[in-house]
Ligand binder design. Structure first.
Ligand code: NAP
Ligand code: LUD
Length: 278
């Protein structure tokens, strides 16, 4: 393999270790960070992610509580819970796991979260802050991506970044963060004329589409940094949006799936929860 393997699992582990230190210092000053995770319905992937989040809290010393609600809960009941968590002094971070079951209004629920407790960075106040360069919560997956690229110790400034995907939780905030780092950023989506041509120009290529093995070796400029956000389940196995086996031969550095961006998402959530106390 030609590319450097970017080990998100190990990096996430070392971030969690640093956070554990920080949390014990906070505790010495009588402060314990608290995270409320709201899970509605029984989506199996969401259940896995929520379990990982709770486990990370426990490891670091963050108080966590899970609110597991049935999928037929009403919008009003969900909003009432968010309101209660907004007012709870032991809770510093609130996370409503997405997607919500059909019939519930995600936008209204996100808007109801106190922006000071919005550790996901999905509230319009925090989205706005990101775009105008003010301090605020940043979505965890994009924050994890930037952290991985920063640790490669190659300057981001002036680089050509291509992000494939424009969701509010990954594509758009990832583009905004790279722009803030002075990269030149292109966002591709389902109506982009020639995604392949765009990708071939990238010094840093981020794939966040949800299409298994979409990015092939011909799409990648030799030496480029390739960040694979995709999580696709095929016959019970996890694969990314990048054809790892062939792209690793041309890329300069590449994240695996699993063990790349996923664990960083959790680590960045923990970091945001600790920051919410401070
Ligand atoms: P999403 O909301 O479904 O968005 C997918 C994006 O891909 C959309 O913007 C869509 O374009 C675009 N797209 C679809 N087909 C395309 C094509 N052929 N060419 C170019 N663009 C195309 O997904 P998401 O929430 O951003 O997640 C993307 C992937 O990342 C999923 O596999 C998800 O499971 C994974 N994920 C991983 C993590 C992690 O921590 N590792 C976190 C979040 C998500 P339009 O906007 O035009 O429809
Ligand atoms: N909703 C997220 N929905 C889905 N992978 C995650 C995720 C860990 N409100 C809200 O946590 O930030 C969120 N906030 N998301 N996601 C996806 C998205 C949300 C995805 C993957 C992982 C969180 C993860 O740890 C492991 C890996 O890639 O190595 C594999 C885990 C496995 O399935 O075995």
């Amino acid at each position: 393999m030609g590319a450097q393997l970017i080990n998100g699992k190990d990096i996430a582990q070392s971030i969690r270790k640093e956070l554990k230190e920080k949390v014990s210092q906070l505790e010495a000053r009588g402060k314990k960070p608290g995270l409320a995770v709201v899970l509605v319905g029984d989506d199996p992937a969401s259940a896995v992610y929520v379990r990982q989040k709770k486990r990370a809290c426990k490891e670091i010393g963050i108080y966590s509580e899970e609110h597991h609600l049935p999928e037929d809960i009403s919008q009003d009941e969900l909003l009432t819970l968010v309101d209660r968590l907004n007012k709870d002094p032991n809770i510093h971070g609130i996370l409503v796991q997405l997607p919500l079951p059909e019939g519930l209004d995600e936008t209204e629920v996100i808007d109801a979260i106190d922006p000071r407790k919005d550790v996901d960075g999905f509230h319009p106040i925090n989205v706005g802050r990101l775009h105008i360069g003010e301090k605020g919560f940043v979505p965890c997956t994009p924050a994890g991506i930037i952290e991985l690229v920063r640790r490669l110790e190659v300057p981001i400034s002036g680089k050509k970044v291509v992000v494939v995907g424009r969701s509010n939780i990954v594509g758009k905030p990832t583009a905004a963060l790279f722009l803030r780092e002075n990269a030149t950023v292109t966002i591709c989506h389902s109506r982009t004329k020639d995604v392949f041509e765009e990708c071939r120009q990238a010094d840093i290529l981020v794939a966040a589409v949800g299409k298994p093995h979409m990015v092939k070796k011909e799409w990648v400029k030799p030496g480029a940094i390739v960040i694979d956000v995709g999580i696709n389940r095929i016959d019970g196995r996890l694969v990314g949006d990048v054809d790892f086996d062939e792209v690793k031969e041309v890329a300069g550095a590449i994240t695996p799936v699993p063990g790349g961006v996923g664990p960083m998402t959790i680590a960045m959530l923990m970091k945001a929860t600790v920051a919410a106390v401070e």
